[in-house]
Structures are given as structure tokens and as C-alpha cells.
Design a protein around this ligand. Structure first.
Ligand code: ADP
Length: 320
């Protein structure tokens, strides 16, 4: 695997509070990495340190072959960054917006670049529409065109689809995959499970630490979470009862079914045995979903007043 990013020991504090703590990571070219985790857990700060936008307090490594501490200007030049609150000029057309961005950044071959971006993102037929008249999904597409105008090698997307409808999100992800297919490496933070499932690899960050990393199946397999689903009457009361039992780490409702999960399989099975004899309930052994794993990770962390629980499995892959 060609490493586009190879860093270790990344640490950053703000106002004396450590918000990223000893993160190590290797990222492959043309891959899409999804950053997940609770709000305020350090995802954005990590992303920004990885690509030279923010200087770490400690740690070292390279991004796109450049030193993250000493060559951040080189890295930034080759990185596209789309923040959650991207800004466009609403009274300019799509083409005028792209033209303006290209001039501000002093790019060469402006017409060729703008034409290519319009084509790449399916914006050519709308190029004369005012940005202010576009729906959220089209605005977001325009923002993506703007941050890829300089043909970056690395794309950083910070919650790019917050508040965008499902069809536009799907189209957006098709675009991201097309860009990755051309060799662009993409780091994207998201809260959506369906988006996590569209990444080649995911990273789960909580309280500044990298808790899990790998493909979806790696992450699910590593956590070895025994999971049962149960349906029947009175699920709300059942949920409360099950939650109190030993060996039951989490109970979460998915429509008319409860997912009952626990890391200690034997204790979980003993606890639910009397409930499995109830004729009004239908129990099935099931595979945990990514969401089950995340709910469990988050509940484990919440129970420890913000400190990562020691019983969490170690991060996988290249992470430490
Ligand atoms: P996430 O992206 O996971 O929501 P962030 O990386 O944005 O988390 O933030 C992590 C923590 O660092 C938060 O508590 C946030 O308030 C704090 N933080 C982020 N940037 C700054 C900054 N420039 N100055 C002070 N605190 C910051």
C-alpha cells in the first residue's frame, strides 16, 4: 500500500485540555477514510493536523511525502478542504463562483479548470444558475467543485452532508467514490452510519483517542459483540428490564426489534435465558451492526466519565 499519510504520536491541547491524544495512523492512496465519534472528540482537530492545517504539540510523520511539522505549506497546496459551513457567493452563478475561487487562489488555466470541475461534478448544464437559488445538495456539489479546482491529492471533508437529503447524500458519495477512483485520498468526518458503510475504512475517535480502525467487517469482528434481537409486546418495559441485567451492555431499539448486546457472551446468555422462555417474545441470535458497535463504544465511554474504558479492545490496523 502506498502511504499518503503516515503519522504517529499526534497530540494537541487547547487551553490546557488535551483534545487529541497520541494518535497514530497510516492512510493509503485512493482510499476513503471515515472519521466517526461523538461531538467534540477531536475528529476535526485530528483531520486538520494530518494535512498540515494545524501544528501538533507532539508527534511526527508525513503527509503526501512532506513533513507535517516543517512542510505544511506544501501539504496545504495539495489538499482540498470542505468545511461543514462552506461559503459561496449567493449572488454569483455557479461558474462565477468557481471562477472567483480560482482567481483568489491564483490558479493557472482557469477556464480549463472550471470547465473540468463543472463536467466532473455534473454542474455544466446549471453553470449560469445563481448559487443562492440552488438546493442544499447542489450547493454542496458546488462547494466540492470549488475545493477540487486546484486538483488536490488529498481531500478533507468535515461533515460535508449535514442537513442534506438522502438522495443528494447518495449522489455526493457517488462523486466521492469517482474522485477516489482517480487516485484522490479522502478523509471524511460523518455521523451517518450509511456513510460510514461507504468508506473503505473507518476510524472511531473518542476523547481524543483512536479507539477503532479498519474496514467495517474488521471493526465488527474485532469487537466480538454477542448480539440478540428480540421482538414482541411491551418492548419499552422489556428494554428497561434487560438493560439492568448483568452481561447486557446495551439495548437499542431498531423499529419493532430490540438489539441486546454484550461483550461477555456467557453472562449475557444466562441473563436472557428466562426471557427466552417467554412465549410472547421472539428471540434470534444476530450479527451486530456497525451501529451496535458504536452504541456500545459510546456507552462504554460515557460510563467512565470521559476516560476511555480499559476494557475496550485495542485499535486495529496501523493505529496504536
Ligand atoms: P469533533 O470534530 O470531534 O467534534 P473537534 O476536533 O472540533 O471535535 O474539537 C475537540 C475539542 O477541541 C472540543 O472540545 C473543541 O471545543 C476544542 N477545540 C477545537 N478547536 C479549538 C480551538 N481552535 N481553540 C480551542 N478549543 C478548540
Amino acid at each position: 500500500m502506498d502511504s499518503v499519510i503516515d503519522v504517529s504520536g499526534l497530540t494537541k491541547s487547547f487551553d490546557g485540555k488535551r483534545v487529541v491524544d497520541d494518535v497514530a495512523l497510516r492512510v493509503g492512496k485512493g482510499q476513503i477514510y471515515g472519521f466517526l465519534g461523538p461531538n467534540g472528540s477531536g475528529k476535526t482537530t485530528t483531520l486538520r493536523m494530518l494535512c498540515g492545517l494545524l501544528t501538533p504539540d507532539a508527534g511526527s510523520g508525513t503527509c503526501l511525502g512532506f513533513d507535517i511539522l516543517r512542510q505544511s505549506a506544501e501539504i496545504k497546496r495539495r489538499t482540498g478542504y470542505m468545511t461543514q459551513k462552506f461559503s459561496l457567493y449567493e449572488d454569483l452563478t455557479i461558474r462565477e463562483n468557481l471562477d472567483f475561487v480560482a482567481r483568489v487562489y491564483g490558479l493557472d488555466r482557469i477556464r480549463t479548470r472550471v470547465d473540468a470541475a463543472l463536467d466532473r461534478l455534473g454542474l455544466a448544464t446549471r453553470q449560469r444558475q445563481l448559487a443562492g437559488q440552488l438546493s442544499g445538495g447542489w450547493k454542496q456539489r458546488l462547494a466540492l467543485a470549488a475545493c477540487t479546482l486546484h486538483e488536490p491529492e488529498l481531500l478533507l471533508l468535515d461533515e460535508p452532508t449535514a442537513g442534506v437529503d438522502p438522495k443528494a447524500r447518495r449522489d455526493f458519495w457517488d462523486q466521492i467514490h469517482a474522485l477516489a477512483g482517480e487516485g484522490l485520498t479522502v478523509l471524511v468526518s460523518t455521523h451517518y452510519m450509511d456513510e460510514a458503510e461507504r468508506c473503505h475504512e473507518i476510524l472511531y475517535i473518542a476523547y481524543g483517542r483512536l479507539i477503532a480502525k479498519g474496514t467495517i467487517s474488521d471493526v465488527i469482528a474485532t469487537h466480538n459483540l454477542a448480539t440478540w434481537s428480540v421482538s414482541g409486546p411491551g418492548l419499552h418495559i422489556l428494554s428497561r428490564e434487560l438493560q439492568a441485567l448483568p452481561g447486557v451492555d446495551t439495548v437499542a431499539a431498531f423499529g419493532t426489534v430490540l438489539h441486546v448486546c454484550g461483550r461477555d457472551e456467557a453472562t449475557l446468555e444466562r441473563s436472557i435465558a428466562p426471557y427466552r422462555n417467554r412465549p410472547d417474545l421472539i428471540w434470534q441470535r444476530s450479527s451486530p451492526s456497525l451501529e451496535d458497535i458504536f452504541i456500545q463504544l459510546m456507552s462504554g465511554l460515557d460510563n467512565h466519565n470521559g476516560a476511555p474504558t480499559p476494557s475496550l479492545p485495542p485499535a486495529q490496523g496501523d493505529a496504536h
